[in-house]
Design a protein around this ligand. Structure first.
Ligand SMILES: *Cc1c(COP(=O)(O)O)cnc(C)c1O
Length: 364
């Protein structure tokens, strides 16, 4: 059997090793400082946002976004029923109430008609997740208008969308009041753990910086005029992140090529379908598919030395949430959704191998 193809492997090189070594030799204190500031500047420049605030992960960044936006206990936040569990958990953490809405079948992003119907007098925010780097078919302008009409805060959970833009040229995550990204291991660039927030609002940026640093009223002091916690980053991670940012454009190009290679390789196979991807505006994070006889396919791929990963189950069916209701799109993903190998460093030969294995499965 040839080498195993994992569903995802992170990608670090000599540049990250050298950056960490030279940082350590420089006598830095490891906690966030100059490297972190440089990492924040790189992300702000790339996304075209005024401010970037790095945090310890992309879950806490969402919680901080909600707190900074004035959301608190009892407030309702509309979230998709298909997303990484952090989206709802991050608002539950502060006693706010996630209200689940199903997603569009093509994009797996929030369905705007269902969002509109879910708005109540208690709704304070919409958490729009750019599922796999996609934007909703309804268009971002429709979400901006809906939020404005009802006085709601638009938070963009863009954890899967670094390198992805809206058709009008704005980077995903920079349209809402606050956008959130993650640098966890499977994301397009990684610092092991890590997250960040982007905003063009000076006041929100100031609040976010205080919230992640104990609510300090000034740099390094112990005078607190507001509540805050410690969700800071480290300069070791930032040294890695700076090198990863330099590789982002190349990875974006590779992930776009990967999507086209899968599209061609899976063409004409009955039983599996790719989601449409806005490849002209950004790369897919993962290769997401709907696959008939999914569990059998997973076993077939595994036997052929190929990893895959079941897509997020619908949140209403997760034991931690378990609530009634009908969510046909996310429930279908729960039955058939499968992520194929999606590392940026995947070769054309490996993608062929995956597609041939899938073709053989559905022919049999
Ligand atoms: C990865 C991810 C998160 C969580 O980020 P962490 O850094 O792992 O905490 C949140 N939302 C979405 C959509 C994600 O994909």
């Amino acid at each position: 059997m040839s080498d195993f193809i994992p569903q995802m492997i992170p990608w670090f090189g000599d540049e990250e090793t050298d950056a960490v070594t030279s940082y350590m030799r420089s006598g830095g204190w490891i906690t966030e400082f100059k490297q972190t500031e440089a990492f924040e500047r790189a992300i702000a420049a790339y996304t075209g946002s005024r401010h970037c605030i790095v945090t310890n992960n992309g879950t806490i960044s969402l919680t901080l976004a909600a707190v900074a936006a004035g959301i608190g206990a009892g407030d309702e936040v509309i979230v998709p029923n298909y997303t990484q569990i952090a989206t709802p958990n991050s608002v539950l953490m502060i006693g706010a109430i996630p209200v689940f809405v199903d997603v569009e079948p093509n994009t797996l992003c929030l369905d705007i008609d269902l969002v509109r119907r879910a708005i109540t007098p208690k709704t304070r925010a919409i958490s729009l997740v750019a599922a796999n780097g996609r934007y909703p078919d309804a268009g971002i302008a429709a979400f901006e208008a809906l939020a404005a009409e009802h006085g709601l805060i638009l938070i963009e959970d863009s954890a899967q969308a670094l390198g992805c833009f809206y058709p009008d040229g704005r980077h995903i995550g920079t349209v809402g009041a606050i956008g959130s990204f993650s640098f966890s291991v499977p994301k397009i660039i990684s610092t092991g753990q890590g997250g960040c927030l982007v905003t063009n609002d000076d006041e929100l940026a100031r609040k976010l910086r205080k919230l992640k640093d104990f609510g300090r009223s000034g740099g390094g002091n112990d005078i607190h005029d507001s509540i805050g916690w410690n969700f800071k980053f480290t300069d070791v991670q930032a040294a890695i992140g700076i090198e990863q940012m330099k590789k982002l454009d190349a990875r974006v190009a590779l992930k776009k090529q990967m999507w086209f290679a899968y599209r061609d390789g899976l063409a004409g196979i009955d039983g599996i379908s790719l989601f449409e991807q806005h490849v002209e505006h950004g790369p897919p994070w993962f290769i997401d598919t709907l696959a008939e006889r999914r569990e059998e396919l997973i076993q077939h791929l595994k036997a052929g030395g190929i990893g895959s990963r079941v897509m997020y189950p619908p949140i209403n069916a997760q034991e931690a949430y378990a609530f009634p209701g009908s969510y046909p799109v996310s429930e279908r993903v729960g039955r058939e959704g499968l992520w194929l190998p999606s590392s940026a460093q995947l070769s054309a030969v490996e993608i062929d191998r995956v597609c041939n294995a899938i073709r053989a499965f559905y022919r049999a």
